[in-house]
Design a protein. Structure first.
Length: 242
């Protein structure tokens, strides 16, 4: 009994400390001055990483807007979620900067989709804070430079009641080692509401399990760069080389 009480105390104290870190989150302020610019009418921010990041998704007017949703390697935004993707079963090298690159087609050179490595850099080298901007929930991502971008939780655009997660495509296909599953996946970055926010507030475990996430609190991974089916519609956040 004593052991159980001690474990409960540890969990409660951990939850309180996580809540405090969420409460300290800045509420969507972008710094003025150095590190900002425009290319082809679209603004970028220098986060202090290997590439410059756009402030908006493709199809969005504001950083807090979701923008359009695309299946991997398809340059027309989707109108129906559950249609088989055109690139399923097709072999590609990285499509960044090619005619399959949605950012390049929509915004023009030098804009392009980020690679798997550039998405991982965003996860590994930036601080992420769950917040709300213009009524849209998502993550404020602050780089080593001190500049930030906002990634809205778009829920693939077609399930707005689940605004506790979002994903952006990379340009990198997944090299599947199993013959019967080859050429169906590509890497994306998926982010979801932290469990410290979801549990006591408006999200239930059933909500998030309903869109395919684990309900195991202690194993909840908030940020993941991993392969997923190409025929799921997701947002595009362009980058440009330094």
């Amino acid at each position: 009994m004593k052991t159980a009480k001690n474990l409960l105390l540890v969990l409660v104290m951990t939850f309180i400390s996580l809540q405090a870190s969420f409460a300290a989150c800045p509420n969507g302020a972008w710094p003025d001055g150095d590190g900002h610019g425009k290319l082809n009418g679209h603004e970028y921010v220098d986060l202090g990483l290997s590439v410059m990041w756009a402030t908006c998704n493709v199809g969005a007017e504001l950083p807090s807007d979701y923008g359009d949703h695309y299946k991997w390697g398809e340059t027309a935004p989707i109108t129906k979620e559950w249609q088989k993707g055109q690139t399923m079963g097709m072999e590609f090298e990285d499509i960044s900067g090619t005619s399959r690159d949605i950012a390049r087609v929509k915004w023009g050179k030098p804009w392009r989709m980020p690679t798997e490595g550039e998405l991982q850099e965003l996860v590994d080298l930036c601080s992420w804070c769950w917040t709300k901007v213009n009524g849209h929930k998502g993550y404020m991502v602050t780089g080593p430079s001190g500049n930030s971008i906002f990634l809205p939780a778009d829920a693939h655009g077609l399930t707005p009641e689940y605004d506790g997660f979002g994903c952006i495509w990379s340009s990198t296909p997944y090299k599947e080692p199993y013959e019967d599953k080859r050429h169906i996946d590509a890497y994306d970055l998926c982010f979801m509401v932290p469990p410290r926010v979801a549990v006591p507030y408006e999200y239930s475990f059933d909500d998030l399990v309903g869109v395919g996430f684990s309900s195991t609190l202690l194993g909840w991974n908030e940020l993941t760069v991993s392969p997923t089916y190409r025929d799921i519609a997701k947002c595009i956040r362009p980058v440009t080389d330094r």
